[in-house]
Write a protein that binds this ligand. Structure first.
Ligand SMILES: Nc1ncnc2c1ncn2[C@@H]1O[C@H](COP(=O)(O)OP(=O)(O)O)[C@@H](O)[C@H]1O
Ligand SMILES: [Mg+2]
Length: 458
């Protein structure tokens, strides 16, 4: 059963139940009040008749006094003596007892009598006694036709009202829930279409959607689609980038091999070139593997206490030969001990300082500074190179991203993975990397690492 139908039925029957209950109460109350009124009238009538009646010397009804009785309109009267003889009847044609049971009760009683023919009577039977003993029973009756008619109309009106209210409520709820749930149906349909067409660029239209639970669901769903689409495009671009990076060295290797085959000799130059390309491929595959692990947060870290200052001096020594006439200057160095993976952190330093060397003009200085505060170490790598254009800046930590100037392929050039790898290693250590750059005025990368090492969450 649809949610819509379920809601409509539920609320309609709930309303029906409540209205029936109230209707019943109203009906009962009205009936009770009417009957009370009638019984009161009958009591009054009986009292005024008894006041007129007299008993004779034999303690029998005095028929003269009986002749004086003049009942109010619509009221029936009978007087039965103790021998069950009818001594007085108004109207006179009514000869059978108004209430046969009432004659025998011995106390005043009210009874409702159905006589068939749609005549309903309410009868009060009052035993009449004098100090000398019982004289007989006075019965006073009234036709209840009016009361029954009122009750019947009341029942009809109440039932019709209940039914009408239920139908209207049912319709309104059907319409309202239909409107409220329409976006959900649309969501289901669009999802199905997206699955069928494999088109992640589609969105659920949000025009005219209210800011309620359903509206927020639609927005959340659209956001999910957006994220999915982004992941999907990134993924495809990644595959394209990887294929491209793999193909170039393979082409070079194949070229060299076929050259050697044609020449029928092993040529040193070709071998060196092949060797270089294989190294490049090996580096690429290693980098990719590390990135894949780091991005998914599953980079295995060999945590130990690392003396970051010692590591920095080590890396400086290692890179100095490659720096040519650029100078690596350590302008400030605190003693820093932190928990981390020494080899991965070395990789971060190599990548950042390597970039700085690569991007600074010959003869310039690359300034290195290591400091610490209570919880973090801060390592600055500042060059005086051309800086990073504002267009490139948001992307430099992306995989395979290379700035305009770095796109040419040369022996020393990277794959555009160096900063991604640095970023993810630092992230896996619970730290962060900041960049400050001014076009034409150099770039400063700052690596902030927590001294206590990566904190496992939870
Ligand atoms: N110190 C720097 N000065 C200027 N640009 C830089 C610097 N470091 C990185 N970049 C820019 O960021 C890009 C990405 O760097 P990286 O990930 O190390 O890739 P790669 O070094 O392989 O090009 C580089 O291509 C370059 O455009
Ligand atoms: Mg690099």
């Amino acid at each position: 059963m649809s949610l819509r139908l379920r809601f409509s039925l539920l609320y309609t029957s709930l309303l029906g139940g409540v209205l029936l209950l109230f209707g019943g109460l109203v009906y009962g109350l009205v009936s009770f009040l009417l009957l009370n009124q009638i019984d009161y009238t009958l009591t009054q009538e009986a009292q005024s008749i008894i006041a007129v009646l007299k008993a004779d010397s034999a303690n029998q009804l005095d028929l003269n006094s009986a002749a004086q009785v003049s009942p109010t309109e619509n009221i029936l009267i009978q007087f039965w003596n103790t021998d069950q003889q009818l001594l007085l009847a108004r109207p006179a044609i009514w000869q059978q007892a108004l209430d046969a049971d009432g004659l025998r009760s011995g106390v005043p009683v009210f009874h409702s009598i159905g006589t068939g023919d749609n005549v309903n009577l309410r009868v009060l039977s009052v035993p009449v006694t004098t100090p000398r003993g019982p004289v007989g029973v006075l019965q006073v009756g009234i036709n209840m036709g009016l009361v029954v008619a009122v009750q019947r109309s009341l029942a009809v009106v109440l039932s019709l009202l209940t039914l009408g209210a239920m139908i209207i409520t049912g319709l309104v709820i059907w319409l309202v829930t239909g409107r409220a749930l329409a976006p959900i149906s649309m969501l289901t349909r669009t999802t199905a279409e997206i699955m069928r067409a494999d088109d992640l660029s589609r969105r659920i239209p949000t025009l005219g959607i209210s800011n309620d639970e359903v509206g927020r669901l639609v927005v959340a769903f659209n956001n999910t689609l957006e994220r999915l689409e982004m992941l999907f495009t990134t993924q495809s671009r990644f595959m394209a980038d990887v294929s491209h990076e793999l193909r170039t060295p393979l082409t070079v290797i194949k070229g060299n091999l076929s050259l050697m085959r044609r020449m029928k000799e092993v040529d040193e130059e070709s071998l060196a070139s092949i060797n270089e390309e294989v190294d490049r491929l090996t580096r690429l595959v290693g980098d990719l593997l590390m990135l894949a692990q780091a991005e998914s947060g599953r980079l295995p870290l060999q945590l130990a206490t690392v003396e970051l200052d010692g590591l920095l001096l080590d890396v400086v020594q290692q890179l100095q030969p490659l720096a040519g006439d650029r100078r690596l200057v350590v302008s400030e160095i605190d003693e820093v001990q932190l928990v981390g993976d020494r080899d991965r952190l070395r990789q971060v330093l190599l990548n950042l300082i390597g970039n700085a060397i690569q991007h600074s003009p010959s003869g310039s200085k690359v300034m290195l500074r290591l400091s610490r505060d209570e919880n973090f170490s801060h390592l600055e790598v500042a060059d005086t190179g051309p800086g990073i254009p504002a267009d490139d800046l948001p992307h430099i930590f992306e995989r395979f991203y290379r700035g305009e100037r770095s796109r040419k392929r040369g022996p020393g050039t990277g794959f555009g993975l160096g900063l991604s790898i640095a970023y993810w290693i630092v992230a896996n250590h619970g730290g962060s990397i900041d960049v400050q750059t001014h076009e034409g005025n150099g770039t400063t990368f700052t690596v902030n690492l927590p001294l206590k090492g990566p904190q496992t969450t939870g």
